[in-house]
Design a protein around this ligand. Structure first.
Ligand code: URA
Length: 260
């Protein structure tokens, strides 16, 4: 057993014991967190090995507070991450945000842009505004779904993230998926699909076809930034989102054409 596994086992046993004693919160001093993060699976050497193992279980994750705590730890890791070159030019990491309790849908884009880098929130720029409309057209608010990116730091000049940058960042996303357990993932755009599924096929070929990631059904569709440039593709994207609603057993709201 590796030191890391042994440390996690000890920590899990300790937290279980504290929970049995009725302790619901735990104070951890910054030095301990630093030591923990220095050994964490976010280190690049481990990233490749973690590309496809089963998702880690996040302790008592049926407890909403535990899921929130797990997300907070991930956000803290992202804030201090130096696993790839993107950390050098970021203003801040953008872990993602939304409903942490088994949301019907988790949207996954590629990486933060300028506005996201400034605000520390995923999809809050122009593409984000269209995503908000797409979410509303499905009958949800942004707070009811979870919105994240494969890369948590902004690539300079908004270039697409490189494969090694996505791979270095994937453990964070996988840990988020494990913590929140979304019912369905919607992958936004070719880069997200490439990072998740290692598929270089074009998004127009992949969209509208179910696949899965980490055991969660996944629907690829167009990135909202693409839809802003090519509004004619919105009809296809809406068809993909309708398939998501159908799979969830949700009613498909009648969508006014000016909504997205
Ligand atoms: N594009 C993305 O892929 N993600 C964001 O958060 C914003 C724009």
């Amino acid at each position: 057993m590796s030191d890391w596994t042994a440390l996690l086992d000890d920590l899990t046993a300790y937290l279980r014991w504290r929970q049995e004693c009725g302790q619901r919160t735990e104070e951890i001093d910054p030095e301990t967190i630093r030591m923990f993060l220095a050994e964490s699976p976010a280190r690049p050497a481990r990233a490749a090995a973690m590309a496809d193992p089963p998702l880690p279980s996040v302790g008592a994750s049926d407890v909403p507070e535990a899921r929130q705590a797990a997300l907070a730890v991930i956000a803290q890791q992202v804030a201090g991450c130096r696993s790839c070159v993107l950390c050098e030019k970021r203003t801040q990491g953008v872990p993602g945000q939304g409903n942490p309790i088994s949301p019907d849908v988790m949207f996954i884009g590629e990486a933060p842009g300028a506005e996201e880098d400034k605000q520390g929130l995923a999809f809050v720029g122009a593409a984000g505004q269209l995503l908000t409309k797409m979410i509303a057209a499905m009958g949800y608010t942004r707070d009811e779904v979870f919105i994240a990116n494969i890369c948590k730091c902004r690539p300079p000049d908004n270039r697409p993230p490189a494969l090694d940058e996505m791979q270095a960042c994937l453990p964070y996303l996988r840990a988020q998926i494990a913590a929140i357990r979304p019912k369905i993932i919607v992958a936004l755009g070719a880069t997200a699909v490439k990072g998740l599924l290692q598929s270089s096929a074009g998004i127009s070929r992949l969209r509208g076809t179910w696949t899965s990631y980490a055991g969660v059904p996944l629907m690829p569709t167009y990135h909202p930034a693409y839809l802003l440039r090519y509004p004619l593709a919105k009809k296809d994207a809406w068809n993909d989102l309708k398939m998501v609603l159908q799979r969830l057993g949700k009613p498909v709201p009648a969508k006014k054409s000016e909504e997205t």
